[in-house]
Design a protein around this ligand. Structure first.
Ligand code: OXD
Ligand code: MN
Length: 588
């Protein structure tokens, strides 16, 4: 199919501003990939690794994570960006970025990258075109999206596409901006080659801009993994789970059943690890697809114990960013299966001193979803998969139990809307600071958060058979500061309880926050926990929950009048329930 006229005109326009020496229209073929890889090696952008079809990219040392303080929602009306986004007047933003883009590709190649998010031809899919001067970005987009001629073949009848303009600029954080123009369905990003800032189909299009479409069209674009869980002899059931960045989404998405469950025949299937597009189905349930085609996962800590599927997946056809290099040409990182060896070169390309991390804490793998050994046979199903349960997870050392269940959709929206989590290395800034991160979408909601929460309530009202909603916390610590729950594969025990609750088949006891497993309801067969761990994991303290309720209410108040009153009512109810319980703690 020919390139649509609107695309050709847009590319001609931006080319006039960027003034590249060459323009390469990506077709997505293998021959093209090989040519781009050769080009990237020749220019020092990629180093070949001693793993089949795999490469190492070292980024600029100042360009290693998402930069939330340089990310803007440029809606026409400032009020539409809401109190949690940085707003920039769209006329001023365009003027400043045009100045920076002007002539910025002189002497360079401009890659035109057409791509599809979602299974092509499905009711979920959307198309975009990204212009970039980074061969690393073009190759990454080839892994993370359906890239190339497939986009022209999937072009929608109304011709709507997201215009994604990306340039490396001079990579200075002083001149780095990631700007979203929701009314024009466009993203302009300059000054960064980092995934979340530069692979514009991902956070920028599939979350921030798709969220705006989703609100208009009655669906949800969420920062969620999608996982299929198959009990012995039963059908696959699907859960979607929102966690802030670096809180184990990829590990949960690729979970391996613990031995006691594997022996009984449990299987788990990966559908997606980062983004879910969820639409009401004609059957009154919520159906989900993963709009991406690859995984952009955190490398440190990945090994055969924590994530065997990812460890096998990234042994070939993987683009590594900012990991360390062993003398034999293979990558290495903290938490690798193998111990460190002599002669490691760190992520900056320097001999490793053994004192600072060898791999950057936010070093990443980019790998095709089809290479994942646990990939679900339904991962590209154009219908999506039906969701039984939604999980909201956070990194909380205290207060929040291992798992708790919402009474209903409205209560579940409150739990998600007011969750908080410790910050991580996925974004620049301090690590380990507790911040509110509603539905793990704080950095990714492209419009007013109050409107977003109202939209969540509306979607639930329109769903005759909504998923049940749960909160989870794998990161609770005991009095000595140790993790009370082993996590990783053992999290299947929690999923088992959750799915049992969806069937009305597992016992629970009420707490002010929600229902937690009743004594004996969590299947702990084959697992030995430290004495008292279950009490730490499932117990609660009234004073802590009262204080938690106050913090949650203050957060909702900060959203202003657009915050749904129904959620404030839930906050008041939590506070009242906690104080009514005096100092009681449910024994686990
Ligand atoms: C990611 C993130 O890369 O959330 O997925 O930062
Ligand atoms: Mn993410």
């Amino acid at each position: 199919m020919d390139v649509p006229r609107t695309v050709q005109e847009w590319v001609d326009d931006v080319r006039g501003v960027l003034q590249p020496a060459r323009v390469h229209w990506c077709d997505g073929s293998d021959a093209e990939r090989e040519a781009l890889e050769r080009e990237a090696v020749a220019s020092g952008v990629l180093l070949p690794l001693a793993l089949p079809g795999s490469w190492l990219h070292r980024s600029h040392p100042d360009d290693v994570a998402r930069t939330e303080h340089l990310t803007f929602v440029c809606s026409r009306d400032e009020a539409d960006a809401g109190p949690t986004n940085r707003w920039w007047n769209p006329v001023e933003a365009r003027a400043r970025l045009t100045e920076l883009f002007h002539g910025s590709m002189r002497g360079r190649t401009m890659y035109v990258v057409p791509f599809v998010m979602g299974p092509p031809g499905s009711r979920f899919h959307k198309v975009g075109v990204q212009v970039t001067d980074s061969v690393y970005v073009a190759l990454s987009m080839r892994i993370m999206t359906r890239m190339g001629d497939v986009a022209w073949a999937s072009w929608p009848e109304d011709g709507a596409f997201t215009r994604c303009l990306h340039g490396l600029g001079d990579l200075s954080p002083e001149r780095r901006f990631i700007c979203h123009f929701p009314e024009d369905d466009a993203v302009w990003s300059i000054g960064s080659g980092y995934g979340g800032n530069a692979l514009l189909g991902k956070k920028c299009m599939a979350l921030r801009l798709a969220g705006v479409h989703a609100r208009r069209e009655g669906w949800l674009a969420e920062h969620m993994l999608i996982l299929g869980v198959q009990p012995p002899g039963g059908p696959v059931r699907y859960v979607a789970a929102a966690f802030p960045s670096q809180c184990g989404k990829t590990n949960l998405a690729m979970i391996t059943p613990p031995p006691a469950f594997a022996a009984r025949g449990w299987r788990c299937w990966t559908v997606g690890d980062d983004i879910a597009w969820l639409r009401p189905g004609t059957d009154g349930r919520l159906w989900a697809v993963n709009p991406e085609a690859g995984f952009f996962g955190v490398v440190p800590g990945t090994n055969h114990a924590t994530n065997p599927a990812a460890t096998d997946m990234i042994a070939r056809e993987t683009l590594y960013t900012n990991v360390a290099l062993r003398p034999d040409g293979t990558p290495w990182w903290e938490g690798h299966d193998a111990p460190a060896v002599e002669g490691i070169v760190d992520w900056r390309g320097q001999p490793w001193d053994g004192r600072t991390p060898a791999a950057h804490p936010n070093s990443r793998f980019t790998a095709p979803a089809r290479n994942c050994p646990t990939i679900s046979p339904s991962w590209e199903d154009p219908q999506g998969v039906p969701i039984d349960a939604i999980l909201f997870g956070a990194r909380r050392p205290g207060v929040i139990p291992l798992v708790h269940e919402a009474r209903d959709w409205r209560h579940g929206v409150f739990l998600g809307a007011t969750m908080s989590s410790e910050t991580t290395a996925a974004a620049t800034g301090a690590v380990g600071v507790l911040r509110h991160d509603p539905m793990a979408m704080l950095p990714f909601c492209g419009y007013h958060l109050g409107d977003y929460l109202s939209h969540w309530l509306d979607v639930g009202d329109a769903l005759p058979r909504p998923p049940r909603i749960f909160g989870v916390n794998w990161f609770r610590r005991d009095a000595a500061g140790r993790f009370a729950w082993p996590g990783f594969g053992e999290n299947l025990r929690v999923l088992d309880w959750i799915l049992g609750r969806c069937d009305g088949a597992r016992a629970a006891v009420d707490t002010p926050l929600g229902a937690v497993p009743a004594p004996g309801a969590l299947d702990l067969d084959g697992l030995t926990l430290a004495p008292g761990a279950l009490g730490t994991l499932l117990g609660w303290d009234a004073a802590e929950l009262e204080s938690e309720a106050r913090t949650r209410m203050a957060f909702l108040d900060g959203l202003g009048p657009r915050c749904p009153t129904a959620l404030r009512a839930e906050g008041a109810r939590l506070g009242a329930a906690a104080s009514a319980h005096g100092k009681a703690t449910i024994p686990a």
